[in-house]
Design a protein around this ligand. Structure first.
Ligand code: NAD
Ligand code: TYD
Length: 348
């Protein structure tokens, strides 16, 4: 049996990756290692938490002693590393937290794996999940490729760039078996409502303003989270050792157009007159250092590994909105803070 340790598995993307692996690979044992910060929510994994091939471990990757002892005890064959501080706006007010988790935490995991694998890397893999934000910003044309030079601007992207460099340095220096994926903005079920799409869904439901930074012409390339989990599965199993893969949606939207589309679908689904939700759109002060445009050239993963998105953006957005409408309890627990009691109820 292959033992795979997934970090950050209680978060947004991590929970979809954990579910994909637990369901698809009954012969693997999946360890979900997560500190349960404000972004970690075990309610995301209710449907699989009792599976025999799944174990949750509460631990903080900034604590090297604890991380080493977990690796010694469980002897994972592979790591899929998603744990991170992930919100750009928080990185502007507290950069150090991003250095601690994203940089130091990543190096702690590399060291813990290197120590137990003892230079015998047959059948071993460290898959590091990163972001397209490490490439900096595009102008109105062009796409990020795997060869685009790193040029991070926010404390978040600087910390992720640093962690990517460490992962590649371990490959180049020690022959450590790594693969790196850099993905675009994800959306979908279980997204914490501090990010643009779930924040707007939450605010529309509660008749609150929809804050659009600056003129709203900033562009992101939106990737459906379940497709991202499938892409991680492909790269984890078939990506070249030492390789990098960009994962994107070929799906660029200016923020203002995306929020208008979201308002339109919400009005239809809620049976409200067209234009009701859009009245909540409010232009607010811009984010400092706001990158103008991200867009990924995902042809490498498509050509080498046959990756194709399974849904169009209209379908993915519709599935996402339906999920929030059908899971208002999840949203209520997140906004009330009640989700943070779930660990105590399930695991103490
Ligand atoms: P998230 O914020 O939803 O979840 C992060 C998870 O990591 C949480 O469960 C949290 O409890 C855990 N965590 C945080 N600090 C920890 C620590 N010190 N020790 C152990 N666990 C800790 O993040 P996400 O959106 O799911 O992103 C997952 C990964 O994907 C991150 O590495 C992020 O940089 C990357 N990424 C995300 C996006 C996106 O659109 N969300 C885009 C590109 C890349
Ligand atoms: P976000 O979801 O925070 O992801 P990221 O900063 O990693 O791209 O933001 C997506 C885009 O939406 C980004 O251009 C910032 C913008 N934005 C708003 O206009 N208003 C908001 O309230 C938020 C959270 C983001």
């Amino acid at each position: 049996m292959k033992k795979i340790l997934i970090t950050g598995g209680a978060g947004f993307i991590g929970s979809h990756v954990v579910r994909e692996f637990v369901n698809k690979y009954p012969d693997y044992h999946i360890f979900n290692l997560d500190a349960l910060t404000y972004a970690g929510n075990l309610e995301n994994l209710r449907d699989i938490e009792d599976r025999p091939n799944y174990t949750f471990i509460k631990a903080d990757i900034t604590d090297s002693t604890v991380i080493s002892s977990i690796f010694i005890e469980h002897q994972p064959d592979a790591v899929i590393h998603l744990a991170a501080e992930s919100h750009v706006d928080r990185s502007i007010t507290d950069p150090l937290a991003f250095v601690m988790t994203n940089v130091i935490g990543t190096v702690n995991l590399l060291n813990a794996a290197k120590d137990i694998w003892k230079d015998n890397y047959e059948g071993k893999r460290f898959h590091h999940v990163s972001t397209d934000e490490v490439y900096g910003t595009l102008g109105s044309t062009g796409l990020f490729t795997e060869n685009t030079a790193y040029d991070p601007h926010s404390p978040y992207s600087a910390s992720k760039a640093s962690s990517d460099h460490f992962v590649r340095a371990y490959h180049d220096t020690y022959g450590f078996p790594v693969v790196v994926t850099n993905c675009s903005n994800n959306y979908g079920p279980n997204h914490f409502p501090e990010k643009l799409i779930p924040l707007c869904i939450h605010n529309i439901l509660n008749n609150k303003p929809l804050p659009i930074y600056g003129d709203g012409k900033f562009t992101r390339d939106w990737l459906f989270v379940i497709d991202h989990a499938r892409a991680i599965d492909l790269v984890f199993h078939r990506g070249a050792n030492g390789g990098s893969y960009n994962i994107g949606g070929f799906n660029e939207w200016q923020n203002i157009d995306l929020v208008r589309e979201l308002c339109k679908q919400m009005d239809e689904k809620l049976g409200r007159p067209a234009g009701t939700s859009a009245q909540l759109i409010t232009f607010v002060k811009d984010r400092p250092g706001h990158d103008l445009r991200y867009a990924i050239d995902a042809s490498k993963i498509n050509e080498e590994l046959g990756y194709q998105p399974s849904v169009t953006f209209q379908e993915g957005l519709s599935i996402t909105i339906d999920w929030y409408l059908n899971n208002q309890e999840w949203l209520d627990h997140v906004t009330s803070g009640d989700y943070q009691n779930y660990y105590a109820k399930q695991y103490s």
